[in-house]
Design a protein around this ligand. Structure first.
Ligand SMILES: Cc1cc2nc3c(=O)[nH]c(=O)nc-3n(C[C@H](O)[C@H](O)[C@H](O)COP(=O)(O)OP(=O)(O)OC[C@H]3O[C@@H](n4cnc5c(N)ncnc54)[C@H](O)[C@@H]3O)c2cc1C
Length: 320
């Protein structure tokens, strides 16, 4: 067990955490990144990434995150494979955090980049066919299903928005919802009902995802929630859109949150309610949830942290 003193502790190693690290390290802040259970973040569980600027060819998510990590390390970031289990923010900067290993961190600033996880149905075939027809992000993967038949599972805003987005690529989009009405906002529902590309299957749950002959998704096994009848739906792609869970348990009661436990920040900035504590990426963003937006917010957090440190330094000098 050791105590680490740092100007910046970055919690999380997705695009937000690594981008904050690149900026902070280049500003000579010698940041420490605690990587968490999923080093590299959500993109490590996907295959093709085609929308991150700078790559003309399709790149693989895990490879891209290794590149970001290597870049952050090459400019002076210290990576630690550990999980933050406790944070003490109430006494202001310097903050204290404790990791699973028992190591303690004393940090002048903290960038929270703990991300979010898509919620999954947890039914057979879902995990095995992830990236082979089953996805949790239409903005990310919809393009791969141009002209194909797709389904969206869910009935809230996310599901309805994903279905509408998919009509840019497919003329055959089916929403599968376990109830007989949507929870989504009325205006979004109206757009769905007006679209001749979207069909809705009410009162249906997905019992399993089945592979076709080529090993990618072939069809869904469905069950009617009212009659119990079973049926199948042939699709090329299925998008599970039942929500996201931001990783914010650590901060409950310590930082204000919005719309389902996302960290609240001052609009247009990564500043939380506590000076010196910043939040970046999916942990604060219930809307865009993209690697490039997370990276952008990571950059903003590092730049604002740098300004915070400079202001603290000025105040210290003035007091001496
Ligand atoms: C299957 C899939 C495919 C996707 N495809 C694309 C795509 O093609 N293009 C695109 O732009 N976006 C895509 N996305 C979305 C993109 O992955 C996310 O928007 C992005 O990863 C968010 O980055 P982040 O840094 O905010 O958080 P995340 O990537 O979620 O990373 C969070 C990090 O925090 C760490 N962490 C959590 N808790 C702790 C803790 N207590 N202590 C220490 N560390 C902790 C985790 O280990 C992880 O490293 C996809 C998402 C999924 C799930």
């Amino acid at each position: 067990m050791a105590t680490h003193r740092t100007k910046m502790l970055i919690i999380g190693s997705g695009p937000a955490g690594y981008s904050a690290a690149i900026y902070a390290a280049r500003a000579m802040l010698e940041p420490i990144v605690v990587q968490g259970l999923q080093p590299g973040g959500q993109l490590t569980i996907t295959t093709d990434v085609e929308n991150y600027p700078g790559y003309r060819e399709v790149v693989q998510g895990p490879w891209m995150m290794e590149e970001m990590k290597a870049q952050a390390e090459s400019v002076g970031t210290r990576m630690m494979y550990d999980i933050i289990t406790e944070v003490d923010l109430e006494n202001g900067s310097p903050f204290r955090a404790v990791a699973d290993s028992g190591d303690e961190f004393i940090a002048d600033t903290i960038v929270i980049a703990t991300g979010a996880q898509a919620k999954w149905l947890g039914v057979p075939g879902e995990e095995a066919l992830g990236g082979k027809g089953v996805s949790a992000c239409a903005t990310c993967d919809g393009f791969f299903y141009r002209g194909k038949k797709v389904a969206v599972i869910g009935g809230g805003n996310t599901a309805v928005e994903e279905a509408l987005y998919l009509t840019n690529h497919s003329d055959d989009v089916t929403i599968i919802h376990r109830r007989d009405e949507f929870r989504a906002e009325k205006i979004l529902q109206e757009r769905v009902f007006k679209s001749d590309k979207i069909n809705v299957m009410w009162n249906k749950t997905v019992e399993s995802f089945e592979a076709g002959e080529d090993g990618t998704l072939g069809h869904l096994n469905l069950r009617d929630t009212v009659t119990g009848e079973t049926s199948t739906l042939e699709v090329d792609g299925a998008f599970v859109a039942i929500g996201h869970a931001p990783a914010t348990e650590l901060f409950e009661g310590k930082l204000p949150m919005h719309s389902g436990k996302y960290l609240q920040v001052e609009p247009g900035t990564p500043k939380t309610a506590i000076p010196g504590v910043f939040a970046a990426g999916d942990v604060t963003d219930s809307v865009y949830r993209q690697a490039v937006t997370a990276a952008g917010m990571g950059c903003m957090a590092a730049l604002d942290a740098e300004r915070f440190l400079a202001t603290m330094e000025d105040a210290r000098e003035a007091a001496e």
